[in-house]
Design a protein around this ligand. Structure first.
Ligand code: PAF
Length: 285
């Protein structure tokens, strides 16, 4: 179903819209994004449209979660195309606040999830997750959704947001949806457009590393060091790449695991391919 979405640009109007929708008995669903929409986002839109009566997509490139000004400046912005894609998925509202609407003069409050943000991406991107949880809570407060959907690709982000929602009694459902991949396995990401054709090929080492670990797990390996070594070797053998981290963690707490026994385990990784930082993850058992 295609329809032109209503564009709302400030939190007050957004709250008013959602309050009216809720009062009319509608279930409000939110997909938070930073724009540059791809098939991964569209699968979130599709799921959320199916599970709610009002689909809200937020598009806001959040300066608070970028560690480097150059990354923020170069983040792809494709507003017209994003609007068309939202329309094609039956989006009722695109919530697109400006930076001044989100962080007006004098803004100084942040939300921080303690332990779960220390490791993995958090160790390499100081302040990143505080930026994410702060903006996501503000989006939740403006949109007042019953349901919010996020991709499994940003696995640490998803678990951190679930923790925040539980800890702060937000009373909404946070849903993680499977990573959407290109036909050769590369996880879809707004950052993939930065890869040169050669880097695009090199980037497949993440997928190969994850699969290597999973096939060893299926063959009976349960010890983390062996699984990590196999995945890291697969990536290290690919020229032009640099491992930031490869870890195996408990899939809910994100605590590092010595062995898979008794745990639902997830392999998570961040790898530089040329000048582009890619992340990916996979359930091992
Ligand atoms: O995953 C993203 O695109 C962003 O981190 C999010 C959740 C929209 C917050 O800015």
């Amino acid at each position: 179903m295609s329809q032109t979405p209503l564009v709302i640009t400030n939190p007050q109007d957004m709250r008013q819209y959602s309050a009216a929708a809720r009062a009319a008995g509608q279930r409000v669903g939110l997909v938070p994004t930073m724009g540059a929409l791809h098939q991964g986002h569209l699968s979130l839109l599709e799921y959320t449209a199916q599970h709610s009566g009002r689909l809200v997509v937020s598009i806001f490139v959040n300066p608070l979660q970028f560690n480097q000004q150059s990354d923020l400046d170069n983040y792809p912005r494709t507003w017209e195309r994003d609007l068309e894609l939202c329309a094609g998925q039956g989006t009722h509202v695109v919530y697109a606040p400006g930076v001044g609407d989100m962080y007006p003069q004098g803004f100084q409050t942040t939300v921080s999830v303690a332990q779960m943000t220390q490791g993995l991406c958090g160790a390499y991107r100081p302040g990143h997750f505080d930026g994410v949880t702060t903006v996501v809570l503000k989006l939740f407060n403006a949109v007042m959704p019953h349901l919010a959907a996020f991709g499994d690709k940003d696995y640490q982000q998803l678990q951190v947001i679930k923790r925040m929602a539980a800890d702060l009694d937000l009373g909404l459902e946070v849903v993680g949806r499977p990573t959407v991949r290109e036909s050769d396995g590369l996880a879809m990401s707004s950052r993939n457009v930065r890869l040169s054709p050669a880097e695009r090929q090199q980037a497949l080492c993440l997928w190969r590393g994850l699969n290597r670990a999973r096939s060893l797990t299926r063959a009976g390996e349960t010890q983390t060091p062996a699984l990590l070594e196999a995945a890291r070797a697969e990536i290290a053998a690919t020229p032009g790449t640099k491992i930031e981290y490869v870890e195996i963690v408990d899939s809910t707490t994100l605590e590092p695991l010595a062995s898979l026994d008794g745990h639902r385990a997830r392999m998570v990784m961040a790898v530089w391919v040329g000048g582009t930082r890619l992340i990916d993850n996979m359930a091992l058992n």
